[in-house]
Structures are given as C-alpha cells and as structure tokens.
Design a protein around this ligand. Structure first.
Ligand SMILES: [Zn+2]
Length: 458
C-alpha cells in the first residue's frame, strides 16, 4: 500500500506522491515565542514529527520547515511587561522550546526560520498583492487583504464568505472594508519599541502573522509545495489567509495537501488557564519523562481529539515499561537492524502508518513484538527496537530506562513519605510498600526510625 493522507482541502484520504519525485517539501506553523510551550504545542509538534519520520522511513528526502514567530502583539506586550527586549524574550523562549522538544524526542526540522529574518520577503509579497488590487492601505495606516477580491476564499474551511462573515465574532474593526479583511502590515503604534518596527512603502510597522508564513514557506520551499500542517485551530482564519495571500500573489496553487491535528483536552475539558487545567510541557516533565509523554500522545490518532489525564499518563508509563522490560528480557539489542518491510509484523506496522499515520495501529504491533521478546525471541526484540526508532521510541538502554525515571524534588519525596505514613497507620501495608518500592525505583531509599522516616539517594 502506498501512503495515503487526509487532505483538509478535499476532505478525503488521498494517495500521496511528492510533486518533485523522491523529495517532499513540508511546512508546519511553529510557535509564537512569548511564553513556554504547552501541551497543545506538544501534540502538534509530535503529530508532525511522526509525519516527518515516516516520510524519511519511507525512503523520501524531506525538506521540513517549521517557523518561529518572533514578532507579534503578544510578544511585544510581554517584553514590555517584563522590561526586557523582544530579542531577549524570544531567545529565552526559543531555548525553552528546544529543551522541551528535545525531551519529547522531536527531531529538528531542516529549517527553523525566524519571522524577523524574512521581513524583506514579506514586504515584497505585500507589494505584489497591492499591485494586483488584492490589498489596500486603510486610513489608519494598516495594509489589509481584501478578501472579497480573492476568488476561492473559504475553500479550506469549506465555508462561503457569507457564512464566515456571520460567524466572525471580531468587532467590525475600524477601517477595514470588510470584517473578514485581515492585516498584512501593521503600522507602528505610539509606545512600541523601535525593535518592533521596520520601514516599508506604507510607513514604519511590522508584518501581520499570516503573511509571515506565506513568505517563509515560499522563500524556503517554493510553490506549490507538498504538505502544509498545523493545529486544527489554525485552519481558519490563519491557513485560509495563507492560501489567499500566496495564491493571490502567484496566481497558482500554494499547497497540495493540508494536514491538521485534532484538539487537545485535559480531563475531557478544553485546556485553559481560566479553568486551572493548563499545563506547560515543562510542568508535565517534572513528573513524567519525555518518552512517556511522547508515547502517550502517539497512542491517539493525530486527527482525533486527544484527552490528557494524569491517570492515563501513569498507565502509559507502565505500558512503556512493559516494552522496555521485554527488550531487557530478550537481552541487549546492540544495533538497530535494517527493517525488512516484508516481515509480517513490519508489514502491518507499515500499512498502519501508510493509512494516514495510524500510530495507534503501529503501536499495537510493538506490543505484539514485545510478547515475542518476552519469550526470549531476539529477532522480535530487534524488530521492536527498529520499529520503535521509526516512532522515536525505545532507543534508551532498557536497564537505564527501567532504573531511571524522573528525578523527584524534595517536596514530592516528602509528600510520598507522608502518604506512606498515612497508609501504614491505616494498616494498608501493601500500599505503604508500593510507595517505598516506587521511590526505590527512582533511586530514593527510605530509612525508618523512632523519629520518623528519612531518605537518602541510593
Ligand atoms: Zn502559519
């Protein structure tokens, strides 16, 4: 079977073949770096990391561009609040993002362009749109895209202009000719730092968010290119606007296949700061290792809604330990073997991945192989490790993974000691022992005495 991908543009599964034989060009909307990455970002990054890895495993060359939005209203506001420069803020957040993504095993893209390095390309694209009558400078100085002038607006979200207009909750802004018109160039406002301003034929200002992606994608990949991805929330208006800008300027197609990953919920509720169920990647990494988080997210298909819960994450940690235990049982696999895709289990794995990146199906194969490895079948263990590598899993030495786990901080250790004392006084010795064993597994040894319990690192 050849790879089939669900294309948001056609709402169908389509056989995938790169425009340039053997070479896939892919763009994914990256992070606006004003704060730490959250779980929604983790899900998006992992979804496209799997796509990237599977294209490579399929023998294709991939040019993968994932941008960094390092100029935007929220960034300017946050830098002012913190009394630091925009550059200091964005450098700090980019470094934090790289740390988080490294912990999750997300591979670096081929190019990771920063928007501020592509302002000349953005200005030139806006100039082309203006020359074609698709953009106008409003009275307040902003340059806007005139959506009514672009035929085909709404084709990605599958809505007509009138439906979209009815659904627009944005207050009919200021000097736009149509409420759906969006900004291409924002004129500089009083109080904004010089760092947030560039010269342009329309006066000092900065690019709008949508034009950033159109310009960077075109500069690094050319048009049309194969795959454009992002979170489902970007489908409208961000991606619809990218199409309008790029196709409006070039007159030809922008992207062949649009991919969108599904939403992330926490305990079946939308994750939000106001509901108190908002987690950054760094928050979760305090309690769970990155590979467990990665494995957890891969067990849901990228287009399905993903439900994060700590209980399910605990279960995933046990499942991952089962896989590592199986690898350990079969003895050390020194080198990852070349995969024979004709091998029946490898073939099942491949057909799952070729079916729109069906990672739950692929993970099921890992458990089949673990059963064989547990019986000491070294070939199964070797294939388990090789297929794990395709998903970015199971590459640690089993022994060190099983003994490792996450370093606990002192507060957490003291909490567990208190829980164990409570279990003991309730005469629930099994629970007390399991707390002690769990701590031991993480290198924490408890010592009981008449004065109470103390701990030392093993
Ligand atoms: Zn984008």
């Amino acid at each position: 079977m050849t790879l089939r991908i669900h294309n948001t543009l056609t709402r169908r599964l389509e056989a995938f073949a790169p425009i340039e034989p053997g070479h896939v060009r892919m763009y994914v909307c990256g992070i606006t770096v004003y704060d730490l990455c959250h779980l929604g970002h983790a899900r998006m990054m992992l979804a496209f990391d799997v796509v990237y890895r599977w294209l490579l495993a399929s023998g294709l060359r991939v040019t993968y561009v994932r941008n960094i939005t390092d100029i935007e209203d929220k960034i300017i506001r946050r830098a002012l609040e913190r009394g630091i420069t925009i550059r200091a803020l964005t450098d700090e957040m980019v470094a934090a993002m790289h740390r988080d993504l490294g912990a999750l095993g997300v591979a670096a893209p081929t190019h990771e362009p920063r928007a501020t390095k592509y302002v000349p390309q953005m200005r030139s694209l806006i100039g082309q749109l203006q020359a074609k009558g698709l953009a106008y400078q409003a009275e307040g100085g902003d340059v806007n895209f005139a959506v009514r002038r672009f035929e085909g607006y709404g084709k990605l979200s599958g809505k007509s202009l009138d439906e979209l207009r009815a659904g627009e909750r944005v207050a009919v802004a200021d000097d736009k000719h149509d409420p759906l018109d969006f900004v291409l160039w924002k004129s500089a406002k009083p109080g904004e730092p010089p760092e947030a301003q560039w010269d342009s034929p329309w006066g000092a200002g900065r690019p709008g968010w949508h034009i950033e992606c159109s310009a960077m994608a075109c500069a690094l990949l050319g048009e049309p290119f194969d795959i454009h991805g992002g979170g489902m929330d970007l489908q409208f208006p961000h991606h619809e606007n990218e199409i309008a800008q790029s196709e409006g300027a070039s007159g030809g197609p922008f992207v062949r296949t649009w991919m969108h990953n599904g939403f992330l919920n926490v305990d079946d509720t939308k994750m939000s700061k106001s509901l108190g169920n908002f987690f950054t990647i760094a928050d979760v990494l305090k309690k769970f290792d990155g590979e467990t988080i990665r494995f957890f997210m891969l067990r849901t298909h990228y287009r399905s809604p993903f439900n994060f819960s700590e209980v399910a994450l605990e279960e995933t940690r046990s499942s991952l330990k089962r896989l590592y235990t199986a690898l350990q049982a079969a003895g050390e696999v020194d080198a990852v073997p070349v995969i024979d895709w004709q091998e029946p289990r490898a073939a099942v794995f491949k057909s799952a991945m070729d079916d729109d990146f069906n990672t739950p199906g692929a993970v099921a194969v890992l458990f089949d192989l673990a059963a064989g490895a547990n019986r000491g079948q070294r070939a199964d263990a070797a294939l388990l490790k090789a297929l794990g590598a395709v998903l970015g899993l199971l590459q640690q030495a089993p022994q060190s993974y099983l003994q490792g786990g996450v370093a606990l901080d002192e507060t957490e250790i003291l909490q567990r000691i208190a829980q164990r004392a409570a279990a003991k006084s309730a005469r629930d010795f099994a629970a007390a022992d399991s707390i002690r064993d769990a701590l031991l597994a993480q290198g924490i040894v408890l010592k009981d005495s008449a004065q109470g319990t103390t701990w030392v690192k093993a």
